[in-house]
Design a binder for this molecule. Structure first.
Ligand SMILES: Cc1ncc(COP(=O)(O)O)c(C=O)c1O
Length: 380
């Protein structure tokens, strides 16, 4: 593992177990798969992918990706519905730039992925949050808010949500699409955890599969959680009208399609089946880590209230009576860290919640991290 601050965005401090980290484990970044894929790509000839790329993304890569998605989603995915991005964050930023202007209103979930809040703040948007309940986004409250506001877009993480782990049911997904059609807002569905079901429960069909019939949907996805974040590669699945908007931006006029070189390498490992094998390995590994964290929490932190996540990366727990922002300051003394609930709220709410990640550390460190957290909370 290389913890060099000159290379890595958030190096994990050596003496602290940071259960807040939302990154994949260094040991699960598949170097060898990339070496093999690169060799194949160079053997075939990489020259064209060193040129400015076609706006929508390399067509051969999109065809291979569409095959992979067709198999994974068990429903036909058309290569023409895919747009290659430099990851989910970049896709979100681009769509936000295209669909909003400063001062517009956007809807987010409460809680939501905190860095999406930052992207919306960059664009000067008015952020309104809609609570999540046990079934995911609360559509009754959404309908009430739609009487008051006309949002340009709604940002949702419908499956194994970051941070809450919740998943929206199929019926609720269908209803949400109806509401988007009726009130004319874009649903940006961030589906980066969709393929990381960990407990045998397959999630309902992704918004990606609704997109061919509705210009009110854009599904964001990424290789960050299923391969490696350093690739900066992902995709958007959307209706031709949305794709047209995306491919005619000034950004692509000037810079060409996104990440053609990396696409040509990743193409090889999707085609060879190595991506699928990697996802199977991640599922097995994360599943045992999820079980270990659940057991550790039950044994050492029984006051934590949470619903067992069925996939993704995170536990979202309420610690009754604790302000987790204050707790986090004390946590450093106990050589442990987490992310406080308020980070994931557009209105400084969620103060008794914390997000814990089971993906970054191995099993022993997860147990030790929960032990330290328990000592910190119970001051022992
Ligand atoms: C919901 C969600 N969206 C986006 C991202 C970042 O994705 P990318 O690396 O593709 O930009 C993350 C990573 O933590 C995430 O949890």
């Amino acid at each position: 593992m290389n913890n060099d601050k000159l290379i890595i965005q958030t190096p994990a401090p050596a003496d602290i177990i940071d259960l807040g980290m939302g990154n994949p484990d260094f040991n699960l970044l598949p170097d060898e798969i990339f070496r093999l894929a690169s060799e194949k790509a160079f053997k075939k000839g990489i020259n064209a992918s060193l040129q400015y790329g076609t706006e929508q993304g390399n067509g051969y890569f999109r065809a291979t990706l569409a095959d992979f998605l067709t198999h994974s989603f068990r429903e036909q995915v058309d290569p023409a519905s895919l747009f290659i991005s430099t990851g989910s964050s970049a896709g979100l930023n681009l769509l936000t730039a295209l669909y909003t202007q400063a001062g517009d209103t956007v809807f987010v979930e409460e809680p939501t992925y905190f860095l999406a809040l930052k992207i919306f703040a960059d664009h000067g948007l008015n952020i309104i949050s809609i609570p999540i309940d046990d079934k995911g986004l609360n559509l009754d409250i959404l309908e009430e808010k739609l009487q008051q506001y006309s949002p340009k877009l709604l940002y949702t993480i419908p499956t194994f949500q970051n941070p809450s782990g919740k998943t929206l049911s199929l019926a609720q997904r269908e209803k949400l699409v109806e509401l988007a059609e009726k009130h004319d807002f874009l649903i940006i569905a961030d589906e980066v955890y969709h393929l990381l079901d960990l407990t045998g429960l397959k999630p309902p069909k992704p918004f990606a599969l609704f997109a061919k019939d509705s210009a009110q949907i854009a599904s964001l996805n990424s290789f960050s959680k299923i391969l490696a974040p350093g690739l900066r590669l992902g995709w958007i699945e959307a209706h031709p009208k949305v794709l047209k908007k995306l491919t005619s931006t000034g950004l692509l006029d000037s810079g060409g399609g996104m990440n053609p070189f990396t696409s040509s390498i990743v193409h090889e490992l999707v085609e060879s089946g190595d991506l699928e094998k990697n996802i199977a390995l991640l599922r097995r590994t994360y599943q045992s880590r999820l079980i270990i964290m659940d057991k550790a929490l039950k044994e050492m932190l029984p006051i934590a209230e949470y619903i067992l996540p069925r996939g993704g990366f995170f536990f979202w727990g309420r610690i009754p009576g604790q302000n987790t922002s204050k707790l986090r300051k004390r946590a450093k003394d106990f050589k442990v860290d987490f992310r406080q609930g308020a980070l994931f709220s557009a209105n400084q709410g969620m103060t008794e919640y914390m997000r814990l990640c089971f993906a970054f550390y191995g099993e022993d460190e997860i147990i030790e991290g929960v032990r330290r957290l328990s000592r910190c909370i119970f001051k022992t």
